[in-house]
Design a binder for this molecule. Structure first.
Ligand code: DDH
Length: 288
C-alpha cells in the first residue's frame, strides 16, 4: 500500500480569498486609525510598490516587495508606508505561504473593494527579492511638479493620459499628513469610500493657494477643509487630462470601469506571471 505523501502546499483561489477575508476583517476591526480606515494607506503601499516600474529596463514594479529594505523604504515618497506594512505583518504570520509582494497587492485590491470601489481582478505569483533589486529614488511622482513630470513618470510605466487620470481618482481616498509628505488634509469629504468625488470637486470647487508655511498646496475656497496638490490641479489645466476629468465627473460607472482596468495593469507591471491573463481571480467582498 502506497504511503500517503503530502506534497508541497500549492495555494489556490480559496486560499487567497481567505487572506482577503483576513485583511477585510482587520480593516473593519481597526477603525480607530486616521479617518477610520487603514484602507487608503494600504492602497498607497500597493501603488508605491508597483509605480517604480520602468518599461525600458523592465525593472521595479510589485514583484519583489523591495520596499522592505532601507534604501527603498527610506525614499521620501514612501514616508509613512511602514504603517501599512506593519498592519499586514500579523496577516503574513497567519498565512506564511503568501509572498510579501502578493500580500501587498492583494491588500490594495481588498482596500479598494472594501471601500466600495470596483472589483479588481488579481493574479498571484509575485516572489520576494533581495535588496539588490531596490529601485533608485525618484521613480514616483513629485506633487510639486507639472504635466511634463506626470507624463514622464507614468509614461515610463507605460500609461497613457486616460489611464493617468483614471489612476489619479484614487485621491478620493485618504489624506496628506504633515509628518509624511509635508502636505495636509483630505481631497474629499468621504476619504474612506471610493467615489468620483475627486473629479467632481476638482471641477466644481474654487481652489486657491493655501496660506501657510508648508509646501505649496491648494485649498477649497468655500470650506477650507479640502486640499489639492499642484499635480492634482494640473489635471484640469491640461486639455487632454481635462477631457477625462470631465468624463469621470459625469459618470461614476465609467470611472469605476476605467479605474479598475488601470489599477489592474498597474498592479501587474513587470510581474512574470504563470497564471494566464484569462484566469484572473475576483475576490468576494465582505458585503457581497
Ligand atoms: Fe497619491 N499621494 N499621488 N496616488 N495617494 C498621497 C496620498 C495618497 C501623489 C502624491 C501623494 C496616486 C498618484 C499620486 C494615494 C493613491 C494614489 C500623498 C500624501 C501625496 C503627497 C501622503 C501622506 O502625506 O501621507 C502624486 C504626486 C500623484 C501623481 O499622480 C502625480 C495614484 C496613481 C494612486 C493610486 O492608488 C492608484 C492614496 C490612496 C493616498 C492616501 C494615503 C493615506 O495615507 O491616506
Amino acid at each position: 500500500q502506497a504511503a500517503k505523501v503530502k506534497g508541497p502546499f500549492v495555494p489556490r483561489y480559496e486560499d487567497y480569498q481567505k487572506v482577503y477575508d483576513a485583511i477585510a476583517k482587520e480593516l473593519s476591526e481597526k477603525d480607530d486609525y486616521d479617518d477610520g480606515s487603514y484602507g487608503p494607506v494600504l492602497l498607497r503601499l500597493a501603488w508605491h510598490a508597483s509605480g517604480t516600474y520602468d518599461k525600458e529596463t523592465n525593472t521595479g514594479g510589485s514583484n519583489g516587495a523591495t520596499m522592505r529594505f532601507a534604501p527603498e523604504g527610506d525614499h521620501g515618497a514612501n514616508a509613512g508606508l511602514k504603517t501599512a506594512r506593519d498592519f499586514l505583518e500579523p496577516i503574513k504570520e497567519k498565512f506564511p505561504w503568501i509572498s510579501y509582494s502578493d500580500l501587498w497587492i492583494l491588500s490594495g485590491v481588498c482596500a479598494i473593494q472594501e471601500m466600495q470601489g470596483p472589483k479588481i481582478p488579481f493574479r498571484a505569483g509575485r516572489s520576494d527579492r533581495d535588496l539588490s533589486f531596490c529601485t533608485p529614488d525618484g521613480r514616483l511622482p513629485d506633487a510639486s511638479k507639472d504635466h511634463t513630470h506626470i507624463r514622464a513618470i507614468f509614461g515610463r510605466m507605460g500609461f497613457n493620459d486616460q489611464e493617468m487620470v483614471a489612476l489619479s481618482g484614487a485621491h478620493a481616498l485618504g489624506r496628506c499628513h504633515t509628518d509624511r509628505s509635508g502636505y495636509d488634509g483630505p481631497w474629499t469629504f468621504s476619504p474612506t469610500t471610493l467615489t468620483n468625488d475627486y473629479f467632481k470637486l476638482l471641477l466644481e470647487e474654487k481652489w486657491a493657494w493655501k496660506k501657510w508655511n508648508g509646501p505649496k498646496q491648494f485649498e477649497d475656497v468655500k470650506t477650507k477643509s479640502l486640499m489639492m496638490l499642484p499635480t492634482d490641479l494640473v489635471l484640469i489645466k491640461d486639455k487632454s487630462f481635462r477631457s477625462h476629468v470631465d468624463r469621470y465627473a459625469k459618470d461614476n460607472d465609467v470611472f469605476f470601469k476605467e479605474f479598475s482596468d488601470a489599477v489592474l495593469r498597474l498592479f501587474e507591471l513587470g510581474v512574470p506571471f504563470v497564471q494566464p491573463e484569462d484566469q484572473r481571480w475576483t475576490f468576494k467582498s465582505s458585503f457581497d
